[in-house]
Design a protein around this ligand. Sequence first.
Ligand SMILES: Cc1cc2nc3c(=O)[nH]c(=O)nc-3n(C[C@H](O)[C@H](O)[C@H](O)COP(=O)(O)OP(=O)(O)OC[C@H]3O[C@@H](n4cnc5c(N)ncnc54)[C@H](O)[C@@H]3O)c2cc1C
Length: 463
Amino acid sequence: MSSRPKAASGPLWWAGLPAGATRPALGQDESVDVAIVGAGFTGLWAAYYLLSADPSLKVLVLEAEHVGFGASGRNGGWVSALYPVGPRVLARDHGEAAARDQYAALRESVDEVGRVAQAEGIECGFHKGGTLVVATGRAQAARGQALAQASEHWGTGTAWLAASAAADRLAVEGLCGATFNPNCARIHPFRLALGLAGAVENKGGRILELTRVASLDNHSPAENRVRTVDGFVVKARHLIRATEAWTARLPGHRRTLAPVYSLVVATAPLPRSVWDEIGLANAETFSELRHMIVYGQRSVDNRIVFGGRGAPYHFGSGIKAGFDISPGVFTTLRRTLTQLIPATEGVTFTHAWGGPLGIARDWHPGVGYDRSTGMGYSGGYVGDGAALSNLAGRTLADLVTLRDTALTRLPWVQHRSRRWEPEPLRWLGVNAGLQLARLADREELLTGRPALLGAALSALTSH
Ligand SMILES: Cc1cc2nc3c(=O)[nH]c(=O)nc-3n(C[C@H](O)[C@H](O)[C@H](O)COP(=O)(O)OP(=O)(O)OC[C@H]3O[C@@H](n4cnc5c(N)ncnc54)[C@H](O)[C@@H]3O)c2cc1C
């Protein structure tokens, strides 16, 4: 096999599927019950559960590009029970029972994604094989063991595997052990987005593409308006903002969420002989206990899809197509994968892409709805939105239909993060955080001890 990587080619997930607009754009003013901005997982799950709760609702989803154009159609395909805020921090702010409820709701959301995929006939390769996070040094192992110990208290399901048990699952260079958590499924994310869109339409919802919203004019249910850049107006009693990284472009939201890029590479389908060496026999998703986040999955067609942070935050919350491509980060990802899993040495990499995700100032996701104004929102998932967006969709449906449920009492409901600092402080702060992760990994490699910088990083990221 050749080790020469091909040029960046766009998301693997879009290959062979209709990755462009296939639906009409808004061509006239409209009046509906619920207008949802954004056809990623959040907007689609919200539409799906609203229509399930009340089939008589007129629900319209407005998407600037096409279904699954954003992070939902580009991600690493982990549907996990991970949450950007650690249980200890959640308990400090909301009490221990609420922290446990939030995490339990996420575990349930992983299964709910699989349930709906099956019920709606969405072939997105959902497979719940759990997630393995390997330790390749003493400091990482200490962190993994501490996580497993804390998990016993919180009931989040993470266990520590000694090196030999971990090696049975994944052949990693310098393996010292791993954490394993069963609450994670692998998916083909773009197929889930397309399938969900179809399910929404089957329930009577409408999705319009190539329809960029310029503003959400939110005053009261009777006066709410969505205005598009083409000059059309949609009247709706309820508005839902589901724009994640792009939120920063909406009037009044420049400092609500910081768009941060995550980049991904994918190998060609690997032959059985290579998989026999690698492992991941149960399609476990995998990562490493380093500070700089990496994530991998065995895809439904037997590739390795491997991604990570490392791309810089772009000044002024910048988002543009060119930022999806970063040859330096792609090279680092390919090298990291090969160093981690030596059996991938010499494999062909066929795809490389990236996309922005949304991070709030306190790293705390939030979902909410204001009854007096009819305005709802959800986002700030950092890199954990695949299951969280499902929880958001169910929660928004309960909030909009004015149902008081266990979901509407979870601690992330009505959470409002403070705003990011103005530039250049935002640029300095976010990029300093990324640099801190890099330096903490280097320190651990050199000393073998948990990095002192790790504590600063934990404080910064609410862990
Ligand atoms: C590379 C990468 C890897 C990731 N890996 C994982 C993972 O493995 N597991 C996980 O849980 N999470 C992962 N995430 C995060 C996860 O993908 C997101 O949290 C989740 O998809 C967010 O869904 P969303 O619908 O809120 O946002 P998005 O999917 O970003 O959708 C927002 C949509 O809104 C549209 N939009 C924005 N502004 C407007 C406007 N003004 N008018 C109309 N439409 C608009 C956009 O075009 C877009 O389609 C990853 C993210 C990235 C980028």
